[in-house]
Design a protein around this ligand. Structure first.
Ligand code: PEP
Ligand code: MG
Length: 586
């Protein structure tokens, strides 16, 4: 029981944005819209269609307004999501089907639009693909808006929130997230959603905790209830007891002290206790992350995932648009190097604006992805290569190919790069003649061809996310087998070691840019295996640096040698965990 006599309830969800908050609940329940159903007189049918068209125009204007608001509050890239909403409103299939439904049924346009949109939403929601499922959320969001306009009601929004509260909602749509009053939200919890949902993006940008997947939490709380929100562990505690509050008070203090310790070292070099310097760089996806890279002192960018520029636009960006984006990053971080990875589309990331370029596949992760698609579409690929080369005239650029499976692909990609260089020379446009070109090692066949690949490029970057997925045959996005996805599997360590040895023999550098690089527990192991550079999402840099500064390289080497002898991944994990705990007291 808490001090008000209510029973404490603990709900486990998924941690989505770090931090701890304590406060009262703002329960955000969107009531189901009631759509009236009636028959329209035949002589009023033209007017009914005009009413529909007018509602689409009004909704478009509303969305444009929200988009402006988000651009101001968040960023240009976040605002791009509303382009997708505008596209729903321009979707001729959806509009045409609504009008056909209206002409055949004679029912009011709200009913027809709602029925057609619901069919679309259900169809998208069933697709086994996160990106396409998100489209269902877009259609749902837009449908509500159109219905509100048709019914003459103003849409509910989270701007009612004025006092500092923890928002608990079934789900928060992108436009609702945009209307959150930033000074009043202490944290966000949703019954549904995923780590990539828009509410989470907003929470992270506000640096407030968030938990998703809290199942039916909305049914268990009331407005004004007190809750503790633990964004580290994904836990929500309703009506916390004094003992819980005391525990969380202590956790909060400890986290704060630990974070301050990490940040205190942010300006120190990433150097081991026995003087070995490690390069720590950042992974980014958007141009506006340059500030974050600087804030956390990333030594440039080790992986810029260019596909997000493509995913966020609804058509393939042309050379000029790409050049501008790349140049912004390169100039923003000069003289530090920026490693620009060519398009890694396909797999779980379909190419927007041109669904036929990739099309549905039975095994998208083993399919027409990344460099494979680029080599088959040389003009699209060369557009990007020229844009990257042109950006190289403005700072230090490195180019990197994803999903190379062997020497022949690397040769073909390099031949197209030569063509792109020649085209720029003809145009009289500048580029850096000495731009280094690297290969990601993320397919087992590439790892086993490392000796040959090392002859044909300037550096390697291990994409452990995919490398582990393909080595162990574990779909990296499948929750059911997530426990089998193990970076300490002996095969993974052996392959990393082999790639490093081949690279060292050919005197080229090897970095790691998969998620493994950003987890401080793996850092000593990777260093001990001979990795020169780690690249990770910027806020993780201080924790990895802290560990490096508290580790002796000679000990890391011993740790790696010991780990390579293990046959049981759990024992390896225990070894590296003990190594970590000896050096870090959180
Ligand atoms: C990887 O596979 O480890 C990687 C860094 O690339 P992505 O996660 O973008 O596939
Ligand atoms: Mg990859």
């Amino acid at each position: 029981m808490d001090s008000r006599g209510k029973t404490e309830i603990v709900v486990q969800g998924i941690a989505a944005s770090k931090g701890i908050a304590y406060g009262q609940v703002f329960l955000y329940l969107q009531s189901e819209l009631e759509v009236p159903r009636y028959t329209v007189d035949p002589d009023k049918r033209m007017a009914e269609i005009a009413r529909f068209e007018q509602a689409l125009v009004t909704t478009r204007q509303q969305i444009a307004q929200v988009q402006q608001q988000v651009k101001r509050n968040l960023s240009e890239e976040e605002a791009l999501i509303f382009d997708a909403h505008q596209m729903v409103l321009e979707d001729q299939a959806l509009i045409g089907e609504t009008i056909r439904e209206f002409e055949t049924s004679g029912l009011n346009i709200e009913t027809c639009f709602n029925a057609v949109a619901t069919r679309y939403i259900e169809a998208f929601a069933q697709i086994d693909d996160e990106y396409l499922r998100e489209r269902a959320a877009d259609i749902k969001d837009v449908t509500r808006r159109v219905l509100h306009v048709l019914l003459g009601q103003s849409a509910q929004n989270l701007s009612e929130l004025v006092e500092k509260r923890i928002i608990i909602a079934v789900d928060v749509s992108p436009s609702e997230a945009a209307s959150i009053d930033r000074s009043a939200a202490l944290g966000i919890v949703t019954d549904g959603g995923s780590r990539t949902s828009h509410a989470v993006i907003v929470a992270r940008s506000l640096k407030i905790p968030a938990v998703v997947g809290a199942r039916d939490l909305t049914a268990k709380v009331q407005n004004g209830d007190w809750v503790v929100l633990d964004g580290y562990e994904g836990i929500v505690i309703v009506n916390p007891t004094q003992a819980t509050l005391f525990r969380y008070g202590k956790i909060q203090e400890e986290k704060k002290t630990f974070e301050n310790r990490l940040l205190a070292a942010v300006d120190q070099p990433a150097e081991t206790l026995d003087g070995v310097r490690v390069t720590l760089r950042a992974n980014i996806e958007k141009t506006d992350e340059v500030g974050l890279v600087k804030q956390y002192r990333g030594e440039g960018v080790g992986l810029y995932r260019t596909e997000f520029l493509f995913l966020n636009s609804h058509r393939v960006p042309d050379e000029e648009k790409q050049y501008e984006a790349y140049r912004t990053i390169v100039e923003g971080l000069a003289p530090a190097a920026v490693t620009i990875r060519t398009l890694d589309i396909g797999g779980d990331k379909p190419l927007p604006g041109d669904p036929h370029l990739i099309g549905p596949e039975a095994n998208p992760f083993l399919g027409f992805r990344a460099i494979r698609m680029c080599l088959e579409n040389p003009e699209l690929f060369k557009n990007q290569l020229r844009a990257i080369l042109r950006a190289s005239a403005h700072g230090k650029v490195e180019l990197m190919y994803p999903m190379i499976s062997g020497a022949e692909e690397l040769e073909r990609a390099n031949a197209l790069l030569d063509e792109a260089r020649a085209e720029l020379r003809t145009r009289g446009q500048k580029y850096d003649e000495k731009m280094r070109v690297g290969t990601m090692i993320e397919i087992p066949s590439a790892a086993l061809s490392a000796d040959v690949l090392a002859e044909k490029c300037d550096f390697f970057s291990l994409g452990t996310n995919d490398l582990i997925q393909y080595l162990l045959a574990i779909d990296r996005g499948n929750n059911r087998i997530a426990h089998l996805y193990d970076p300490t599997h002996p095969a993974v360590l052996r392959v990393i070691k082999q790639v490093v040895d081949e690279a060292k023999a050919k005197k080229i550098k090897v970095s790691v840019c998969g998620e493994m690089a950003g987890d401080p527990i793996y850092a000593p192991l990777l260093l001990g295996l001979g990795i020169d550079e780690l690249s990770m999402t910027p806020p993780l840099l201080p924790a990895v640096k802290f560990l490096i500064r508290n580790t002796k390289f000679s000990d890391a080497k011993k740790l790696a040698a010991e780990a390579l002898k293990q046959t049981d991944p759990r024992k390896t994990y225990a070894l590296i965990e003990a190594f970590y705990n000896e050096r870090v007291k959180e």
